[in-house]
Design a protein around this ligand. Structure first.
Ligand code: C5P
Length: 219
């Protein structure tokens, strides 16, 4: 199989990371979770008491990705592994705001393009097919109903021992999507040449196999 890059975009909690991980494992590719990068910068923004000087924030930040055989992608922010803090509510509730800032986006996009330059990457996010990897070999835009996305998020939370209210989850997901779709720079949208994949009512295995079939078509 020739080396390819796959771009996987879509709204919040559409199952992108779960599917991207599976596809990457099946094809011996590397999975890159770009949302985690924006979350790490948001974590630092919160640690800095929401200082609005984003140029200063970025100029004083080092960010790298490492891979742990058991835990997968880890995010190293200023030499500290912050991965375990990135799903906290406070981070989730501020990440779309921080990710809308130009300094933050150019910093993250540059890193993402560097990571993908050697190919063999499955990258998930919001602007991968449109901005980060406009020449990706396969672009998939994953969607699912907001009800199902909230249910999936609730189950994920349950597994992590966190109780959550379904209506509140729905609201959080919709608020974040609205912000991501309407920001000025690189808003969330389907790339013209992306395949739209509605995962509502489908199992993880079905969706994974659908994407693997798309990969076979391009090889
Ligand atoms: O994918 P995840 O939910 O972790 O992404 C968190 C947030 O990071 C998104 O809601 C979005 O605001 C931002 N993001 C982005 N561009 C990406 C990936 C994530 O703006 N490529």
């Amino acid at each position: 199989m020739k080396l390819i890059n796959i771009a996987l975009d879509g709204p919040a909690a559409a199952g992108k990371s779960t599917i991207a991980k599976r596809v990457a494992a099946k094809l011996s590719m590397i999975y890159v979770d770009t949302g985690a990068m924006y979350r790490a910068i948001t974590y630092k923004y919160l640690q800095n008491n929401k200082d609005e000087d984003f140029t200063n924030l970025i100029n004083n930040t080092t960010l790298s990705l490492t891979y742990d055989a058991e835990k997968g992608q880890r995010i190293i922010l200023d030499e500290q592994d912050v991965t375990d803090y990135l799903r906290e509510n406070d981070v989730t509730n501020h990440v779309s705001y921080v990710a809308s800032k130009e300094q933050v986006r150019s910093f993250a996009v540059e890193k993402q393009q560097e990571l993908a330059s050697k190919k063999g990457i499955v990258m998930d996010g919001r602007d991968i097919g449109t901005v980060v990897l406009p020449n990706a070999d396969l672009k998939v835009y994953m969607i699912a109903s907001v009800e199902e996305r909230a249910e999936r998020r609730q189950k994920d939370n349950e597994l992590r021992g966190i109780e959550s209210n379904i209506e509140q989850l729905k609201e959080e997901i919709e608020t974040r999507d609205n912000y991501d779709m309407n920001r000025e720079i690189s808003p969330l949208k389907k790339a013209q040449d992306a395949v739209e994949l509605d995962t509502t009512g489908k199992s993880i295995e079905t969706v994974t196999n659908e994407i693997l079939a798309m990969v076979e078509q391009i090889n």
